[in-house]
Design a protein around this ligand. Structure first.
Ligand code: THU
Length: 128
């Protein structure tokens, strides 16, 4: 199952719209029912409007009515980890899920949402 998710993220990376940075990112999130939602980064001439691959995947899954996520894979050229904004969004929507970082050769590094965002700020911190 994890292989299918890795494949989906690597495939999504090929669809990245990254005309400005030329840094192609793919992501794929798996739901508790085993569905896979892919995402890629989508850039814009107005640079700050860029959307990361991780958030594209997660927002697409949320828009389809999904609520529970079990694993996220992020595919880049060099296997780097998600940006700070994506870490916060992953924590919000997924909690402490396992995250696989894969490079273009297919080499994987395993991490988790809590490892990437220790002492996270979340819903529970807003008070009763
Ligand atoms: N990018 C992602 O898609 N995910 C990340 O976690 C880091 C950065 C994208 C945004 C931009 O299109 C390109 O990579 C360079 O920053």
């Amino acid at each position: 199952m994890q292989n299918k998710l890795i494949q989906a993220a690597m495939e999504a990376r090929k669809r990245a719209y990254a005309n400005y940075s030329h840094f192609h990112v793919g992501a794929a999130v798996e739901t508790s029912q085993g569905k896979i939602f892919p995402g890629c980064n989508v850039e814009n001439a107005s640079y700050s409007l860029t959307m990361c691959a991780e958030r594209t995947a997660l927002f697409s899954a949320i828009a389809a009515g999904e609520k529970e996520f079990t694993r996220l894979v992020v595919a880049t050229e060099n296997g780097v980890s998600p940006c700070g904004a994506c870490r916060q969004v992953i924590w919000e929507l997924c909690g402490d899920i396992p995250i696989t970082l894969v490079d273009e050769s297919g080499a994987c590094t395993e991490t988790s949402a809590a490892q990437l965002l220790p002492h996270a700020f979340g819903q529970q911190d807003l008070g009763a």
